[in-house]
Design a protein around this ligand. Structure first.
Ligand SMILES: [Zn+2]
Length: 549
């Protein structure tokens, strides 16, 4: 997602209490792996039926959860906020007595047979978050899902954690005149009774609950057509569209004319677009943009101001591969989502606007990393942080993007994108951790990246080398002395050195600085006289604060 800076501070202050229940302690069989959040459970599908009244906040839901479970699992625990009232619960068609307290529904499975169960939860009540229900500026009710990070439970009974992805079907009854858009493909829309419509969507790829959303409002659709057709093959195109309030339609396509080329670029770099379509919506998300799977929501205020830029479209579109299709299994690895989205938005800037634009974007991010107190005090992979909204910081976004930039430079196009393509192919529709990415990049490049990942992702701060140099007149050689005395440990990195010799001729050289507290590194080349000066990392290609010895 992208942040709405001014508003974000306020929202972060009112951060959601952690509602996660205590994980059940059942043993996990080998076939049910991957979730530390709810061991022994793997949700396969949510079949969601919703009634949206024309009078606002009250929601009626009827959700069938299909889940695999470990044989020993006696209770299926779903997250659902207490202010909603559970009317009935069934397991495989049989009514059961479930408990609903502390924002979880505990469903007894004693009567169920088999390793797959269907749990149906019928509920209703006012919704205050997660599904954002609001009148627009002209007094029309609108509904927009906004679940990140763990607000699906505010309106949907789910295993509300990114580690458990599932397919989802939506059947939404809404007042006539509201356009309903949800994840996946449109299955149909019809009138049902007086002044009501029923719209059905189906997302056939597993996605995390944080990305399962609907939009319902007086939205009009602008068709961007079949975009990013690969090799001119019409079966390989991605259908894209923009949904806005009618008063904003005259501006379109506006910046969305870049939506096709953005998607085409990322397909070329990474692999096929993962979903059935891609819709871009004016919405009530609290974020500047939110990368819901196949259904990107943008801050509604950007539209009347005509302030949607191609940068935010590129960021959210990149998330469809990174974050949505390949989802970080644990919150601490959020950089696998935000760092990628930021870096790919920079690659789009380079593709569309040239190297200068790319360098400006990267320089802005670097300046932020070097100045940011969170970067200085916490690692990117921040397992100690339990306020997930606080993870939306310069570590996940800017430093994450720079980690990818440095990897790209060190490995080169072929190994870098080769590694990303195999990472995407292997973990698409699944989840991954940082070491999964590391292994794919190691395979593609043939080199160990343990030290790289450790120094840039698991330590706070940046490299802080002190560098001096000496000239040996007897051999005509120059040697660097590099000291790295930080208690957090030394870094290994490639260093560009520009030598200005006695005749004012510049020589561009490179050395590899080892992860050692003190290293003496001879430079290549012969100098008749003592050089006038040396400069280090002249293009600012490192996350480093370099001092002189
Ligand atoms: Zn993002």
């Amino acid at each position: 997602m992208t942040m709405r800076r001014a508003l974000f501070v306020l929202l972060a202050c009112g951060a959601l209490a952690s509602l996660s229940g205590t994980a059940l302690a059942q043993a996990t069989p080998p076939s049910l792996t991957g979730s530390s959040y709810r061991p022994g459970v793997d949700v396969l599908d949510y079949d969601v039926h919703l009634e949206l009244p024309d009078s606002g906040l009250l929601l009626r839901g009827d959700v069938t959860v299909t889940a695999r479970r470990a044989p020993s699992l006696a209770t299926l625990r779903l997250d659902l906020i207490d202010s909603l009232t559970v009317r009935s619960v069934e397991v495989d068609g049989w009514r059961v007595t479930a408990t609903h307290a502390a924002n979880v529904v505990d469903v007894p499975l004693a009567g169920a047979r088999g390793d797959t169960v269907q749990v149906r939860v019928v509920y209703d009540g006012p919704v205050h978050d997660g599904l954002v229900v609001r009148k627009d500026a002209r007094g029309r009710w609108t509904w927009f899902g906004d679940n990140w990070p763990d607000r699906a439970r505010q309106w949907l009974p789910t295993v509300d954690h990114p580690s458990d992805k599932a397919t989802v079907s939506w059947t939404v009854r809404a007042p006539a005149g509201r356009t309903v858009v949800a994840n996946g493909a449109l299955l149909g829309a019809k009138a049902v009774g007086e002044g009501r419509t029923e719209t059905r969507w189906r997302e056939g790829r597993p996605i995390p609950p944080s990305l399962m959303v609907i939009a319902a409002g007086p939205l009009v659709r602008y068709d961007l057509g079949e975009t990013a057709c690969r090799n001119g093959d019409r079966t390989q195109c991605v259908q894209q569209s923009v949904y806005v309030l009618p008063e904003n339609a005259s501006w379109l396509p506006g910046a969305f004319q870049s939506a096709g080329p953005i998607l085409a670029l990322f397909q070329d770099l990474v692999g096929p677009f993962p979903y059935e379509k891609l819709a871009h919506l004016q919405s009530n998300t609290r974020f500047g943009g939110m990368e819901n799977a196949s259904n990107i929501f943008y801050d509604g205020k950007l539209f009347p101001a005509r302030k949607v830029r191609d940068g935010v479209i590129a960021h959210e579109t990149a998330h469809q591969w990174f974050g949505d299709a390949v989802t970080e299994r644990e919150w601490a690895h959020l950089w696998l989502s935000e760092g990628f989205a930021n870096y790919f938005a920079a690659l789009w800037a380079q593709h569309a606007h040239g190297d200068t634009a790319f360098q400006r974007v990267m320089a802005e991010m670097r300046a932020k990393v070097l100045a940011d107190p969170v970067v200085a005090s916490r690692p990117v992979i921040d397992t100690a942080q339990t306020d997930y909204l606080a993870l939306l910081d310069a570590n996940s976004y800017e430093k994450g993007a720079w980690v990818l930039y440095m990897l790209h430079r060190e490995l080169g196009d072929r190994a870098f994108f080769g590694g990303l393509r195999s990472y995407y192919a292997k973990y698409r529709d699944s989840t991954a951790l940082s070491d999964d990415l590391r292994r794919e990049l190691e395979r593609a490049s043939g080199r160990s990246l343990e030290q790289f990942f450790d120094q840039w992702l698991r330590r706070p701060g940046v490299a802080e080398p002190a560098i001096g140099w000496a000239f040996d007149a007897s051999t005509g050689s120059v040697a660097l002395l590099v000291q790295q005395q930080s208690p957090r440990g030394p870094y290994a990195f490639p260093l560009t050195v520009v030598v200005t010799d006695a005749d004012n001729v510049t020589h561009r050289l490179s050395v590899t600085v080892p992860a050692e507290a003190r290293a003496t590194l001879p430079l290549s080349g012969h100098f008749d006289r003592k050089p006038k000066s040396l400069s280090f990392d002249p293009d600012s290609l490192l996350l480093a604060r370099i001092t002189r010895l």
